[in-house]
Design a protein around this ligand. Sequence first.
Ligand SMILES: CCCCCCCC/C=C\CCCCCCCC(=O)OC[C@H](COP(=O)(O)O[C@@H]1[C@H](O)[C@H](OP(=O)(O)O)[C@@H](O)[C@H](O)[C@H]1O)OC(=O)CCCCCCC/C=C\CCCCCCCC
Ligand SMILES: Nc1ccn([C@@H]2O[C@H](COP(=O)(O)O)[C@@H](O)[C@H]2O)c(=O)n1
Ligand SMILES: [Mg+2]
Ligand SMILES: [Mg+2]
Length: 245
Amino acid sequence: MATMGQPVASRGRAATPTLGKAMLNKYARAFFTRVLTPFASFLIRRGVSPDTVTLLGTAGVVAGALVFYPMGEFFWGTVVITLFVFSDLVDGNMARQLGRSSRWGAFLDSTLDRVADSAVFGGLALWYAGGGDDIALCAVSIFCLASGQVVSYTKARGESIGLPVAVNGLIERAERLVISLVACGLAGLHKFGVPGIQYLLPVALWIVAVGSLVTLIQRVVTVRRESAEAEAQAAAAEQESGAAT
Ligand SMILES: CCCCCCCC/C=C\CCCCCCCC(=O)OC[C@H](COP(=O)(O)O[C@@H]1[C@H](O)[C@H](OP(=O)(O)O)[C@@H](O)[C@H](O)[C@H]1O)OC(=O)CCCCCCC/C=C\CCCCCCCC
Ligand SMILES: Nc1ccn([C@@H]2O[C@H](COP(=O)(O)O)[C@@H](O)[C@H]2O)c(=O)n1
Ligand SMILES: [Mg+2]
Ligand SMILES: [Mg+2]
């Protein structure tokens, strides 16, 4: 059931289970799965569906990011986003407990991830375009938004054309979110009188921007290599079947 909803090509990934996993997916997911399982079970007992959690979680992240960040309220925005962002781990956990992991669920989850990410970096771009008054950081925020979407697209498209895309790269979505949200939450403490801490946010945005670019390159190189290998295998198989007839 664990592979339900994945493209056929990616079902073979068990052969290289950790090869492409970035740090958080590799080490933190198991921990958070244990911590969040009782909450997921509670929601199931209350008759809540995984799709409802996916939708409400995304709505909460979008509201937190687009209401608070454009006003420069980074602390409260991050608190609201953090409350809702873990729904992305709860929904899949619920689906697996129910034995109802589905292609629709995988599609909804990934699609709404893109919406949530757009809101987080869009909210930051709006702040820097307005009250934050920093066109360079506005551009970096937009770059983080766009590069994050393209990084995710490389995997989705690679898998849709039958490739495993076995290398996830330097920073996946979880890393992008943790780096950005920890920096936003801490930078928000500047409003409570903590001096100098606001500079964490620009540093984090640059890290996410450069990290996303590196990840994008890693994935493009991976898809190019895997696609060449697949074409070579297909040509060899064709030659073999031609020789046999
Ligand atoms: C005094 C300080 C005040 C600070 C205030 C608040 C601080 C808040 C700090 C941190 C909050 C960070 C939370 C971030 C949690 C992110 C969890 C999450 O959503 O992970 C999702 C991720 C991906 O799951 P999916 O399989 O659904 O996603 C796929 C993936 O995204 C692919 O992406 P791609 O790489 O390709 O771009 C897509 O291709 C695919 O479509 C998509 O489906 O899940 C994981 O990866 C699992 C690991 C989760 C690790 C979470 C780590 C959290 C770390 C620290 C939390 C600290 C919390 C502190 C709270 C303090 C509150 C005061
Ligand atoms: N509404 C949903 C959400 C998710 N799923 C399934 O969970 C997988 C994602 O797991 P996460 O731990 O990363 O949330 C997804 O691929 C689906 O198989 C679901 O069925 N319905
Ligand atoms: Mg999820
Ligand atoms: Mg998700």
